[in-house]
Design a binder for this molecule. Structure first.
Ligand code: ZN
Ligand code: ZN
Length: 194
């Protein structure tokens, strides 16, 4: 008898909320006060990985504040990935938002930032099936905006990351300057997209 399908995945919403809601994490910060160095302790809500429903790409893992769990569950988010019916655990045993940890999905290409080792995934694809206009004869269907490759897309995203977060290294690596529309207005800030 195959009972596999009847095994509940994850815990009930109420248990999940009870376990995490109100969970706080402490962080300590050194600051220069009048009498020398002062240690301040900040307390903020902890975080948890939840799986967000998307229209075209199944469920996507996101790190969210535990204070949002109740609301997000109501909006259809899950605590276990409904696509592979598991939590996504990385090789260190930690639940992670790495999109390549889902066994139910084809892996996406990835580039790694050489400065901070952030992983830049090829998850910004565009719809292109060669017929964007449907029955409308006036829509031009040529290859002027032909689909890009994973190499091009991740390079564009990583270049943007370098210029936004590591402008000095970007200059040293001789990365082509960003188009004006994408140039950061302040360090760590991008005007369009991200
Ligand atoms: Zn999954
Ligand atoms: Zn980086």
């Amino acid at each position: 008898m195959d009972v596999e399908d009847n095994v509940p995945v994850g815990m009930s919403d109420e248990v999940l909320i009870a376990q995490h809601e109100g969970r706080m994490v402490k962080s300590e910060e050194k600051a220069q006060g009048e009498d020398g160095e002062v240690m301040t302790t900040h307390t903020r809500p902890g975080t948890v990985v939840m799986y967000k429903p998307t229209e075209s790409h199944g469920y996507m893992p996101r790190t969210v504040s535990v204070s949002a769990i109740r609301l997000l569950l109501r909006q259809g988010w899950r605590d276990v990935c409904p696509d592979c019916r598991k939590r996504h655990i990385d090789k260190n045993g930690v639940e992670s938002t790495d999109p390549n940890l889902c066994s139910a999905r084809d892996p996406v290409a990835v580039r790694v930032c050489r400065v901070c080792t952030k992983r830049i995934f090829d998850n910004r694809r565009f719809t292109f099936d060669g017929k964007m206009g449907g029955d409308d004869e006036n829509v031009i269907e040529d290859e002027a905006y032909e689909a890009s490759t994973p190499e091009e897309r991740t390079k564009a995203s990583l270049d943007l990351h370098y210029w936004t977060w590591h402008p000095r290294e970007a200059a040293m690596m001789k990365i082509a300057p960003l188009p004006a529309a994408l140039q950061p207005t302040a360090p760590g800030e991008v005007r369009v997209g991200k």
